[in-house]
Design a binder for this molecule. Structure first.
Ligand code: THU
Length: 135
């Protein structure tokens, strides 16, 4: 699985978003250490707060299948499913990712179906919360 293939999986997952309220479609593709790919999309709800992001859908699918060891994540998102730039993950998803992934974990942000930006989780969530005190 190449980085470009993972980005394509995120772009494909974006089209499965259920986003009738915001019209904003997001897809995520999480590559596990065993080579499996867990995809996710955002799933909205008429009551709004139960809405879940694409990234957390992917993480929760993997963890609930017993998989906790990850290599990288790709994210694609845009209005009405159109990619016009990167879609960085929200703060809640950054925190959820930090539970399972180290600061050097690569996050690929799709700009177009063929172009992406690579950042690390540590860049996205510096000085993050954990139950250990920072010396
Ligand atoms: N959304 C995601 O799926 N991931 C994020 O990181 C941020 C936002 C979704 C939630 C909602 O369905 C829509 O985008 C607009 O906020």
């Amino acid at each position: 699985m190449t980085e470009q293939q993972l980005v394509q999986a995120a772009v494909a997952a974006m089209q499965r978003a259920y986003a009738p309220y915001s019209g904003f479609f997001v897809g995520a593709a999480l590559l596990a250490a065993d080579g499996r790919v867990f995809t996710g999309c955002n799933i909205e709800n008429a009551s709004f707060t139960p809405t879940v992001c694409a990234e957390r859908t992917a993480v929760f699918k993997a963890v609930s299948e017993g998989v906790r060891d990850f290599k990288m994540l790709a994210i694609a998102g845009g209005k009405s499913g159109k990619l016009t730039g990167v879609c960085p993950p929200c703060g809640v998803c950054r925190q959820v990712l930090s539970e399972f992934c180290p600061p050097d974990f690569p996050v690929l942000l799709a700009e177009t179906p063929d172009r992406f930006r690579r950042v690390t989780l540590g860049e996205l969530l510096p000085y993050s919360f954990s139950l250990e005190n920072t010396p």
